[in-house]
Ligand binder design. Sequence first.
Ligand SMILES: [Fe+2]
Length: 367
Amino acid sequence: MTKDTTRRGTARTTRPLIVGAIAMATLVVAAGTLALQHSSRGAMAAGGEVNVYSYRQPSLIKPLLDAFSKETGIRVNIVFAKKGLIERMAAEGANSPADVLLTVDIGRLTGAVRRGVSQAVSSPVLEANIPPAYRDPEGHWFGLSRRARVVYASKERVKQNTITYEELADPKWRGKICIRSGQHVYNIALFAAMIAHHGKEKAKAWLKGLKANLARKPSGNDRAQVKGVYSGECDLAIGNTYYMAKMMLNDRKPEQKKWAAAVKILFPNAQGRGTHVNVSGAILARHAPNRTNGIKLIEFLTSKRAQEIYASVNHEYPVREGVAASELVESWGTLKADPLPLKTIAELRKAASELVDEVAFDEGPSS
Ligand SMILES: [Fe+2]
């Protein structure tokens, strides 16, 4: 138990602690929660511990946390879940063992902040390593890796090699575009960026145009849209960049390699303001019992070493300047990122969600 924990008194000792450390990973599935418990090697805990709640999957996060423990001697206890972690932190309140929450999307990061489960961090390391557009000016959330929302175009049926988001509303694409639900966080952020660049009225007209160009009712995940291109249902699909790598390298579901082989990635607005990007990121928990170690962990995740792991393991773009994307990602072309601060996108998310409802986006092209 750390000094911080002791200082907070006995109430903390009675709560259900997630325990463990490095090596010998044991997967425990309970009530929809996947907890990865590392068993301790004793000496590893010399630097104390840190408790992580993660929406990000074990295969990505474990190499990062292992590297952190190795470098610092701080034991990492981690709870993985696909949903409910923010609600859990809120319900646990002052007794929450969570120090750090890891999640994806600006919407989920700011959602956690709105829920009151974060606290502000002032860290010269984070301020130096993360460009201002990718972190909260108030220090409540920090972007750790980036992903671009791009167009997957049929190699066979789409001749052009450049595109803009604006062009997706052009009638020449009537019946040709596949996209997941307009209300999904990835799309809400993209639509919020369109509002930021064009204003609400023009963004609404654009969204109507995009809806009219859909090949089918929005459904499924990003990869399902690329499958739509492969099967001939659509010519263009909207999706995040790392899914290209996940499909290309998917030995467990090799059919996805065919989906990937059918498309080329076009970076929208590459000749103009740049392509829309979103982040995965972290918040420091409001009641973090191991506050210092929590900050150390977030700082570590912006180190060169950790940024390289984000690039090589999950094929995301590093958030830190000067660290390259993976060779595979680089082979798709150079990302020119839209410099719009994510804070602005966060502020326009509600308006974007309202537009999606106003144009009945999710009812598809025929409504
Ligand atoms: Fe994703």
